[in-house]
Write a protein that binds this ligand. Sequence first.
Ligand SMILES: [Zn+2]
Length: 208
Amino acid sequence: MNLIKLLYPDRCPYCNRVILSELYACHKCAEDFPDKGIETRAIGGYRCVSAFLYQDKFCEAVLRFKFSNYPQYAEKLAFAVKNALDNTETPDVVTFVPMYIAKQRRRGYNQAELLAKELAKLLSVPYEELIIKHKDNKEQHKCKSYRERRNNVKGVYKTVDKSRIEGKSILVIDDIITSGNTLGECCRLLEKAKARHISCATVCVVNK
Ligand SMILES: [Zn+2]
């Protein structure tokens, strides 16, 4: 075992116990995995597959991953997303919901980007940054009404290099889907840039 692994051993994202690096969850947490992915729709009707409901240990895993500086969970959470996708058609490329640059600097990483990178590796397809967030906005969960959530995501994202989007089947990754406005807006922009097929996947879905 190398020194890094000794100092920072792999942990089960769902309970934070130390586990063997080849495992994606401890045996106890793996027993609580749902049998199949949970299917919902982002705004605009784009299909979204999630690994877990946003509750209990799965919610805690995402919160630690996002806010408690556990970027090393990415590979294991991406494995859960891959399992949830199961028989879904493999995309040409995996991308992610971007974060506003100043916010990403504060956090040190974009959790959706780390998930997309790891998932792309597991699916053996490329990972690409296809959308940027060029304006900051209020956090979606702080918006009070449906209309405010809908309007809050307008005009803050844009696609980069349409030649990398046109004709491609694209899977867009985020950590959580709630109202589906953010993912829906990213999908809409990819569709506008002439992607052939667009779908989404997340670790958790908030039960509405
Ligand atoms: Zn566990």
